[in-house]
Design a protein around this ligand. Structure first.
Ligand code: OXD
Ligand code: MN
Length: 637
């Protein structure tokens, strides 16, 4: 056991910590952890420091403090609380977020928000100086992935926000005991967060001093003057950036993906799919499809274990977008949100005179006034541009433990993860991609489906909404080493694997020329069951220039079996025609994007994209603007 009596930080920490808290820190015998707490106590100058272990008592201490300080307030239903972020702190803040890297690397980072490390460290440390004065800091240990597993990454968070610590308790596995069992010198991620000075509503005041700087050499993230969980909760997006960097150096993958298992009851089979969708493009709705099982909704680690492609959900809870969660579209989440006695944090929704939460797309009548993300809200309230202010923010959220969900897959805690058999890339376009298409092989799936993924920007990120932007692997905001190397790591990950997952591209948003969606919201269940049958080699498919699509008769029987619906051939032909012009435009946009933003991208990838554009352009002469299903080539197995 390390002896900390002569440690340079011992006098400071004994003066700021109760004997019990100090005892919990010392008991772990972890010198880098002790130094971390010491260094940031010295820099941030909290009045006191509270050290948590994995006990329910400490979890309750955090929750009670968040309530006592007004970071959260109780709602009408037992266990439920409400938290408000400031009106300018309602989404991730790319402008304030930087990857700190060595000077030589900055030009290679392209679109990846990089800053020279020493300069960034000096800047953020200056902002953190004395930032916790007058507050208590809490140190909470957690684990990314199941504890004591080949996937585990231990994490230490120090924050002066009890809402942040509370969110971490709901979203991640507790990690104090995991730290106790760690080998000396084992790496852990570190996060320092301060909400900074607060205004009269308890919101971060110095937004011009908002910073989220990840030191990728030292695996530490410093976040200041913010509260929105995507900016403040270290284990969520900050840890993701650190894990992506680490996975790039070690040859595994950290992806912005859900994990779910399609249930084939007739065959007694459960088949795991992981999927990347840009925010607000149907990701949680796919992970939560009725009748299937959820493993995770946002972040997955992939490792090769005994030659198999295996995944874990990094998290233990959901920080989900609440807009449009209603009894018809998301019945399981909706029911969980309505059940008293569940510890759930709502954020940035309307609370009415009945002290119940209300949000956009909830599907129930809502009160005409109350408190919301904009302060006092009333029906008809407008902003400075005279635009109506919605009752809740479009990026308002709920935070809950996964264990509350009825459809949780029992395998979600397995230490060796689950075997992944399908990967899904989900975009959002009204006129380009078919509802589902299988890639011919892994590499072309990565280059033509994952790398060409794009979406309109949404409210999960501060900035203009509705702009079409490239989204490689739906991960652009989190990739933390040069994009070309990241693509190569994705391609090479499956080398030597006996069974490589199939890659699917899906698009739930095709519309007719009047702007109406061509399919209903649950049609995605049919697309996934088709993919499940393909993986088990039970259905044939038609070739397209970019992969394989379903045959009409297979979809007809799935629509019949699953929904008792008669799926028409006319609709099938409209949905699954290959649209040449938009695909040429889409791949050309990707070429422009990678030319500008991925200076390290190998020439070979450009050659593949460009030759695909040529191939498609030539096909247009032969087939016209569209290739009807089955026309491109003979049906293949
Ligand atoms: C999220 C996001 O909150 O990606 O998961 O913004
Ligand atoms: Mn996400």
């Amino acid at each position: 056991m390390a002896d900390f009596d002569n440690n340079r930080f011992a006098p400071l920490l004994t003066s700021k910590m109760s004997p019990e808290s100090y005892g919990k820190l010392v008991e772990l015998g972890n010198e880098p952890l002790f130094a971390f707490v010491g260094e940031y106590t010295e820099l941030c100058e909290p009045d006191s420091v509270y050290m948590c272990d994995d006990s329910d008592g400490d979890a309750e201490y955090i929750r009670q403090n968040s309530l006592r300080r007004g970071e959260e307030n109780p709602l009408a239903k037992e266990g439920q609380t409400i938290h408000y972020d400031g009106s300018e702190d309602q989404g991730r803040a790319p402008g304030a977020t930087k990857n700190l890297v060595a000077k030589e690397l900055v030009p290679l980072m392209g679109a990846l928000l990089a800053k020279e490390r020493q300069e960034g460290l000096a800047e953020v440390r200056e902002i953190l100086k004395g930032i916790m004065k007058g507050k208590q800091a809490v140190v909470k240990l957690s684990c990314e992935g199941p504890t004591q597993s080949p996937f585990s990454i231990a994490c230490a968070q120090m924050t002066d926000s009890f809402y942040v610590a509370h969110s971490e308790d709901l979203l991640y596995r507790r990690g104090y005991e995991h730290f106790r069992l760690m080998a000396p010198g084992e790496r852990f991620f570190r996060f320092v967060h301060s909400a900074g000075r607060l205004d009269e509503n308890g919101n971060s005041k110095d937004l011009d001093q908002r910073r989220i700087y990840q030191d990728l050499d030292d695996y530490i993230v410093m976040s200041a003057n913010n509260q929105y969980a995507g900016n403040s909760v270290g284990l969520k997006k900050h840890a993701m950036r650190l894990a992506i960097k680490l996975s790039g150096t070690e040859g595994w993958l950290c992806e912005h993906m859900f994990a779910m298992a399609v249930q084939n009851e007739k065959k007694g089979r459960s088949t795991c799919f992981c999927g990347a969708f840009p925010s607000a493009c149907g990701k949680t709705a796919t992970a939560m499809l009725p009748g299937e099982k959820i493993i995770g909704d946002d972040i997955a680690y992939f490792r090769k274990i005994n030659g198999e492609f295996r995944a874990v959900n990094v998290e233990n809870g959901i920080f989900g977008i609440i807009k449009d969660v209603n009894g018809a579209d998301d019945p399981l989440i909706f029911k969980t949100l309505q059940t008293p006695g569940r510890e759930i944090i709502f954020s940035n929704v309307l609370t009415g005179p009945d002290n119940e939460p209300y949000w956009q797309g909830m599907g129930v009548d809502h009160p005409s006034s109350g408190r919301s993300f904009c302060g006092e809200w009333f029906a008809g309230k407008t902003d400075e541009q005279a635009k109506p202010i919605p009752l809740a923010h479009s990026n308002a959220r709920y935070t809950l433990r996964l264990g509350y969900l009825e459809n949780i897959d029992p395998a979600y805690n397995d230490k060796n993860g689950v075997l992944v058999e399908g990967i899904i890339y989900g975009g959002r376009d009204s006129d380009t991609s078919v509802p589902i298409e299988e890639s011919t092989d892994w590499k072309s799936g990565i280059l033509l489906k994952a790398c060409t993924l794009e979406s309109e920007t949404t409210s999960a990120v501060i900035g203009e909404e509705g702009v079409l932007a490239p989204q490689p692997m739906a991960n652009l905001d989190f990739i933390s080493y040069p994009i070309g190397a990241y693509i190569t790591n994705n391609i090479r990950f499956v080398e030597g694997m006996e069974k490589v997952p199939r890659i699917y591209a899906v698009n739930y948003f095709l519309r007719d020329n009047k702007g109406h969606f061509l399919t209903h919201k649950l049609a995605k269940k049919v697309w996934l069951h088709w993919a499940e049958q393909r993986i088990h080699n039970e259905v044939d498919a038609y070739r397209t220039p970019l992969g394989f699509i379903p045959r009409y008769e297979d979809l007809k029987s799935l629509f019949g079996e699953i929904f008792g619906e008669d799926f028409s051939e006319e609709l099938y032909r409209e949905l699954f025609k290959f649209r040449i012009d938009p695909w040429v435009a889409k791949i050309s946009r990707a070429v422009r994007f990678y030319t500008r933003n991925a200076p390290d991208c190998p020439k070979e990838y450009f050659e593949i994209w460009k030759s695909t554009v040529h191939k498609l352009t030539a096909l247009k002469e032969r087939y016209g603007r569209f290739i009807a299903p089955g026309d491109y080539e003979e049906s293949v197995g």
